[in-house]
Design a protein around this ligand. Structure first.
Ligand code: GTP
Ligand code: MG
Length: 359
């Protein structure tokens, strides 16, 4: 039977959380036509059986997969089984309060297509988190914003609690690894109006966390895969190519100005360094970051100034690395310089992608 709203709940050994979860979702959605779809990875504690036992009284479906294949893949498999025009995802362990669901739905009814329960908009919070978990969470978000710039308009792209209209994923080829389903949808889905609703991430109801080191590694793999799929790796390659062209401009001008114009070589060097910065800027502006140019002379000049500053700071980074490796670690200076160039290139790319060509 087709329902208006489907809530997907991936589960792995969550036996004591299932009954309170279903009751609370049912109360929150008492005015709606909804279904809860559990995607269980063959939990050994009887999670699936408890969920099945609820099905005569509540609109509960239970899909059991043979092996533990991960949270995000459970969600993707779950999508095949849901009927709702609006789809939601929630953890089973009561860290995501079901009472927030009507607030998410209200935004969907107001025309939003992806609505995220967010820990990081004003009013949001994380209950009982120590400093390490806070740092890891914020660090993951920073990395996401840095490397996948289109996610910057969302303050909590790592949220596991959200709702969306079915058409957002209708044509999407979802291939997440790890935990971050939302990230995959934000990068591969089609939507115009995302929104965030503040909520407090609670402490676990009962049972054990499945968040481990492997999940963190999967997160990095996921980011890399999205960078590859969405052309961010290609962008970096273009940036490096432009950098190489800058070396040619720099060396060529140094030679011409010194040999043919007769300038003192340090004066030629100053002119050729600035010229290569400008030629790099122009190429990056129209080639590497062609999709991120805001129009107007003022913004062009602002970007040129920023690019100059970043490049000069990059030169300093290069020199510091060269000096450190050569003097403090006794490494052969040409080898140190290779590392210096690599570090400065990363610096230049990351700061420019964050600050100069903002999304
Ligand atoms: N089907 C399935 N569900 C999973 C898997 N791993 C985790 N889950 C479920 O995904 C949800 C989130 O997992 P948690 O272990 O609570 O992860 P977390 O909330 O990021 O971490 P904690 O704050 O430590 O609980 C829970 O409902 C889990 O039961 C899996 O491999 N397969
Ligand atoms: Mg949890």
């Amino acid at each position: 039977m087709v329902k208006a709203i489907s809530i997907i709940v991936p589960t792995y050994n969550e036996k004591d959380n299932i009954i309170p979860l279903v009751k609370r979702i049912d109360r929150a959605l008492s005015n709606y036509d909804y279904e809860i779809v559990f995607i269980d990875d063959n939990s050994s504690d009887g999670t699936a059986q408890i969920a099945v036992a609820l099905s005569p009284r509540y609109p509960v479906k239970v899909i059991v997969r043979k092996d533990k294949k991960g949270l995000a893949s459970a969600f993707v498999d779950g999508l095949v089984h849901v009927t709702g025009r609006t789809i939601g995802v929630i953890d089973a362990d009561l860290q995501h309060p079901p009472e927030v669901i009507p607030y998410l739905l209200r935004e969907i009814q107001n025309g939003k297509d992806v609505v995220i329960a967010s820990r990081y908009v004003e009013g949001g919070a994380c209950q009982g988190w120590g400093l390490t978990r806070r740092i890891i969470s914020k660090g993951a978000i920073f990395l996401t914003h840095l490397l996948l710039p289109s996610t910057r308009r969302i303050s909590d792209p790592g949220s596991g609690f959200f709702m969306f209209k079915r058409q957002v994923v209708a044509n999407a080829n979802l291939r997440p690894t790890g935990y971050k389903i939302l990230l995959e949808i934000l990068m591969e889905g089609e939507f115009q109006n995302p929104a965030e609703v503040a909520y407090t991430f609670r402490t676990r109801g009962s049972g054990e966390s499945k968040l481990n080191f492997r999940v963190q590694v999967d997160f990095l793999k996921h980011i890399y895969s999205l960078m590859q799929r969405k052309g961010e790796l290609l962008r970096f390659a273009k940036f490096c190519l432009v950098g190489l062209s800058g070396v040619l401009v720099n060396m060529g001008l140094l030679y011409l100005l010194t040999e043919f114009v007769g300038l003192f070589y340090l004066v030629s060097a100053a002119i050729s360094i600035e010229s290569s910065i400008i030629s790099n800027f122009i190429l990056n502006n129209f080639f590497t970051f062609s999709d991120r140019r805001s129009p107007g002379v003022k913004s062009f000049v602002t970007r040129l100034l920023k690019f100059n500053l970043v490049s000069l700071a990059g030169l300093t980074v290069n020199l510091v690395v060269l000096w450190l490796l050569t003097d403090a670690f006794g490494i052969y200076y040409l080898l140190s310089q290779l590392v210096g160039i690599a570090v400065a290139t990363m610096w230049n790319y990351l700061v420019n992608t964050w600050w100069t060509w903002t999304y």
